[in-house]
Design a protein around this ligand. Structure first.
Ligand code: GCB
Length: 596
């Protein structure tokens, strides 16, 4: 699958805007075939956005089950003779799609795109009715997992992760054209050899292969051709390459072209390409052969009203704030982010750890307990059925994001229970699948507190040790000296036992802006500053530490819980992106700008 784009041979049309919308709490819409007619009793709903916070209604906010979206679109008359595709950049967590009365697509997984060739079902110049049912139920056979409970108050969604289960059409919806014979996928892998760079490419096309020949042109950022090739696979060499590097998001543009026997252009597809390498060597993480230290955040796609809905304004603002902080990287905790986010990271030289939505494969967490089970891995809980969905999620993530130079590391899960032999059985094939799909990038997961060196069965499988640690918060609250000793002891153990780079992918303290204290009082702004300073002193003493990602960039929404005050408050920024004291303190560290 290649993304929709406007090129010499292709055109796209965004379907963002107000759609008609109706909740279906009783789940009767499918039986009553609601797609067959204009949606009755419908209200307006913006796309893209989560639906949950659009109106002040508990039934909307806490909805469990199906929700229906519908719109009508006129297919441009000039699209006659083209292949017409309907694409959803995401539908959380699963969806079925109809064009008029015909089902055209079905997809599982809330953060990766899917599409349908709708050419036979639409008529250029005429209107088509698009209906989507989006379902937000999390079960042990979904990624992330969860359980739907029948309670006195009705059906309730329980889940084992610490962020609100936003749902809906969170990202763009596109109608787009391709020629009938067209490029269907492009994959690139880049390398360096001294001052030269290489781009290995593989292009797939639909239709009869012999009818079209493939040509590839690589241009620099000024549009000058620097290399060219023919055939569906090949290797381009760029002398004196301008490398993509952290802080220098230099992109070449690869154009894949299909020509017919008479030389006529049939299809043209443009792909930005950053030439760089990413690898683990010993205890270092290398980008372009040079040690890279990750400085940044675990984030969320989370804002007021929109929930998880993508918004360019918010995206650019967040990147500007990260730049102001001196951050060079972030992790897409805890799901694949909108593709626009990776495009931006590519263009601006921001480094990304790209994560699947496999969060909460852990029934030992006290914050979000299962009501039905205690064993994480079993036929009734995280099982082979979960693993199948997880493998697919890894595949969809890698297929979607493999061409982004900003992505240097795959994270296949966040905080699974990892101390059991069953964890190894479950995860070994997932590591293997990630490496098979992409041999060029290291693979890891985020290890949870308590699954210490020696106990964790998965660290051995990972290329990087990535740990989430909260000494001084969930343990040792207010006791930074005690926290420091245990944090340092554990990190040194990881470093000596595994001889791999260690990234602290989460550390943080909830903080209420305006709460102050001279003493080490958790929740105060001063405590967040001192907690982070303590962690930083420890990291600076351990050579194998290759990165620090503070949890979290900004406060974010969670389910109600007595340890959550209006959500998770570990942000360096509030949910509306105002800085807490720690933002200035960390900025001083990350920019070494003592005057700021
Ligand atoms: C974690 C999780 C993250 C939580 C965070 C917290 O370890 O990975 O999703 O939000 O801790 O604040 O408890």
């Amino acid at each position: 699958m290649v993304r929709p784009q406007d090129s010499a041979t292709r055109e796209r049309k965004s379907l963002a805007g107000l759609w008609r919308f109706r909740l279906d709490a009783d789940g009767k819409g499918r039986a009553q075939q609601w797609w067959r007619a204009p949606l009755a009793q419908a209200r307006d709903m913006p796309v893209p956005a989560s639906y949950n916070d659009i109106a002040p209604e508990p039934a909307l906010h806490d909805h469990v089950g199906d929700a229906w979206y519908q719109t009508t679109v006129r297919i441009p008359a000039r699209w006659d003779g083209q292949r017409i595709v309907l694409r959803f950049d995401a539908a959380t967590h699963r969806a079925v799609v109809w064009v008029d009365d015909i089902q055209v697509a079905e997809h599982e997984g809330g953060y990766t795109p899917f599409e349908a060739d709708v050419t036979p079902h639409v008529r250029p110049g005429h209107e088509a009715r698009l209906t989507v049912v989006v379902n937000n139920e999390l079960t042990f056979a979904s990624i992330p997992p969860g359980e739907v409970l029948e309670t006195a108050g009705g059906r309730e969604q329980n889940y084992f992760h610490d962020f609100f289960n936003y749902a809906g059409l969170h990202r763009q919806v596109w109608l787009y054209t391709t020629p009938l014979t067209c490029i269907t996928s492009i994959a690139v892998e880049t390398g360096l050899d001294g001052s030269a760079g290489s781009v290995e490419y593989a292009i797939r096309q639909s239709g009869v292969p012999d009818l079209a020949s493939v040509e590839v042109v690589l241009r620099d950022a000024d549009g000058r051709q620097v290399a060219a090739g023919t055939g569906p696979e090949g290797r381009l060499v760029v002398p004196d390459v301008h490398r993509w590097a952290p802080g220098d998001g230099y992109l070449y543009q690869l154009e894949g072209r299909l020509h017919d026997a008479s030389g006529e252009l049939i299809d043209s597809y443009l792909l930005p390409v950053g030439v760089r390498t990413a690898e683990v060597r010993g205890t270092q993480f290398l980008i372009n052969g040079e040690p890279f230290y990750f400085r940044g955040f675990g984030k969320h796609e989370d804002t007021a009203v929109r929930g998880r809905g993508h918004d360019d304004v918010q995206m650019v603002h967040d990147f500007e704030l990260m730049k102001w902080m001196g951050a060079n990287s972030f992790r897409t905790a805890h799901y694949p982010y909108a593709e626009e986010v990776l495009d931006y990271a590519d263009r601006h030289g921001v480094v990304v750890i790209d994560e699947t939505a496999a969060v909460g494969l852990n029934l030992k967490m006290t914050i979000s307990r299962s009501q039905s089970a205690t064993q994480t891995y079993s036929d009734q809980t995280v099982s082979q059925a979960t693993q199948r969905v997880h493998l697919r999620a890894v595949q969809e993530l890698i297929e979607r994001d493999r061409n982004h130079p900003s992505v240097v590391l795959w994270s296949i899960a966040n905080e699974p229970e990892s101390g059991l032999p069953a964890a190894r059985e479950y995860f070994a094939p997932i590591f293997a699948r990630a490496r098979e799909l992409d041999p060029t990038r290291p693979v890891t997961f985020a290890n949870v507190m308590g699954e210490t060196p020696g106990k964790c069965q998965l660290a051995e499988l990972a290329d990087v040790i990535m740990v989430n640690r909260y000494y001084g918060w969930y343990t040792h609250p207010g006791d930074l000296a005690g926290a420091e000793a245990i944090l340092e002891g554990e990190l040194r153990q990881w470093a000596t036992q595994h001889r791999k780079p260690v990234i602290i992918s989460e550390y943080g303290a909830d903080t209420l802006p305006g709460l102050h204290s001279i003493l080490d009082v958790p929740w105060s702004e001063e405590y967040q500053v001192r907690y982070l300073e303590m962690c930083h002193q420890v990291f600076d003493r351990i050579d194998e530490v290759a990165g620090e990602h503070i949890w979290n960039f900004a406060d974010f929404a969670t389910r109600p819980a007595i340890i959550r005050v209006g959500g998770n408050r570990k942000g360096l920024f509030t949910r509306d992106r105002q800085p807490k004291a720690a933002a200035f303190a960390v900025r001083r560290r990350w920019t070494s700008d003592k005057d700021s």
